[in-house]
Design a protein around this ligand. Structure first.
Ligand code: F6P
Length: 241
């Protein structure tokens, strides 16, 4: 695992965008695995800028997002579908039919997850998977639990995640209670993984991920077993190492 220590959020975002851009240029045949949330938004801003400057071309790129809230419409400004449109897809020349996100509008969880897993595996898997880190150590929406769940599944969000994500909603009661997420096995099957962490509120999770035991209580700790992981973290996120 390579760990890059950077000064702050902007430096993290620029370095991450450089790695994503290299993947876009060199390996468009494999899907790019994308994440949502505050963490990757800065990197997406750099990618949009480089597209506007004519440096990047997204026309051959296929993307697979990690997760989506269950029971939310695409038009809802809190859906991850909307987030991706606002933060990346709406600003670059990616083809909509080449972007994939679990369908949060459908309530038939088993079918949604089975189909999404099959789609990822049948199209050659993910080349580079971008990840943020939950304050409780989650990746995607794989919450701390007694066991690692391998494939895409429907998850009940941890109270700490609802608490962390309520900043995006008017009330905590509006935060969806469930989500569809790639499983730990789905994430681990990516050829390369790029995890970003910024801010003091990620310090505890990051130190447990990097130096603690591998346990489903800290889902990100499984990344210690992946052969090609790059972590870019700022000083605040690394403050407990
Ligand atoms: O980046 P944030 O907003 O701190 O969220 C942490 C992580 O949790 C998630 O929101 C759960 O999917 C990720 O997308 C994100 O990277």
């Amino acid at each position: 695992m390579r760990v890059y220590r950077v000064k702050d959020y902007d430096e993290m975002s620029k370095k991450a965008a450089t790695i994503l851009a290299a993947q876009i240029v060199s390996g468009p045949e494999k899907a790019l695995g994308l994440a949502t949330g505050s963490t990757p938004a800065g990197a997406y801003r750099y990618l949009c800028k480089w597209y506007q400057e004519g440096i990047l071309d997204f026309s051959e790129i296929r993307t697979m997002n990690l997760d989506e809230y269950r029971g939310i419409s695409r038009e809802d400004s809190q859906s991850y579908y909307y987030f991706m449109k606002e933060n990346l897809f709406g600003h670059v020349n990616i083809k909509e039919e080449n972007t994939f996100i679990p369908d949060g509008e459908r309530e038939d969880a088993d079918a949604v997850c089975r189909e999404y897993e099959a789609l990822i595996q049948s199209t050659g898997g993910v080349g580079l998977q971008l990840l943020g880190l939950g304050r409780n150590g989650h990746i995607g929406f794989n919450e701390p639990s007694d066991s690692f769940i391998k494939e895409c599944h429907c998850v009940s969000l941890a109270l700490s995640t609802i608490e962390a994500n309520k900043r995006f909603f008017e009330n905590a009661e509006d935060v969806p209670r469930q989500a569809y997420t790639m499983g730990i096995g789905t994430i681990m099957s990516a050829e390369k993984i790029l995890l970003l962490a910024s801010g003091e509120e990620k310090a505890d999770a990051l130190s447990r991920m990097l130096g603690g035991p591998i346990t489903p209580r800290v889902p990100a700790s499984i990344l210690q077993l992946h052969r090609d992981v790059t972590v870019i973290a700022d000083e605040a996120a690394l403050s407990k190492i």
